[in-house]
Design a protein around this ligand. Sequence first.
Ligand code: PLP
Length: 227
Amino acid sequence: MDLASRLAEVDARIADAARAAGRDPAELTRIVVTKFHPASLVEQLYDLGVRDVGENRQQELTDKRGRVRDLPGLTWHFIGQAQTNKAKAIRAAASVVHSVDRHRLADALDAAGGDGAPSLDILVQINLTDDPKRGGVAPSDLRSLAEHVIGCPTLRLRGVMAVAPLEEPPAPAFERLREYADLVRELEPSATWISAGMTGDFAEAIAAGATHLRIGTAITGPRPVHG
Ligand SMILES: *Cc1c(COP(=O)(O)O)cnc(C)c1O
């Protein structure tokens, strides 16, 4: 299958999962994760109508943005772990950051904004496991982090993000995520986004209310091996 067919097939599966959950497929944003693939893939996806792409490493994001031709209306999402000293580069290249998991990272992204910069859309990443190394804020610290982001003048809190645990089926984990999303929405009513669902679990994520899907291999094919 070629890229166009894989994209069409995934979109059909997204629409099926949405209808099965009683949801309108039009309310879902499908982000194509292009990590490890060349910048030319972003251009091919754009030509097929894709307007949201995701990268998980700052260096690759910055390089790729510099290589692609001007693609009006394309939104770059940063979805990976971020070091505070990369905040400026991330902010220069992405307009949504899905992976804010600590106060200091929020502060660094905020400070990188500068006067008159458009506000940066932020999702707070939540750890759905008990393993602190897995990335994301612990649910017990979620309220404090969300309040902190809300208080950052150049950041706009849009919602929550999570990756399904490996050691548990995705559906109950995404149900917990939905509860955390409700908590955040009580603090900031416009923070309605739930970023969840990858190649292996996007149907479960849609059933649990995901609004933003981050799908890589099902659309791009296997990632090239990196040395
Ligand atoms: C790579 C990645 C994805 C996409 O994963 P696939 O299984 O290829 O769909 C989604 N989210 C994050 C945070 C990733 O790093």
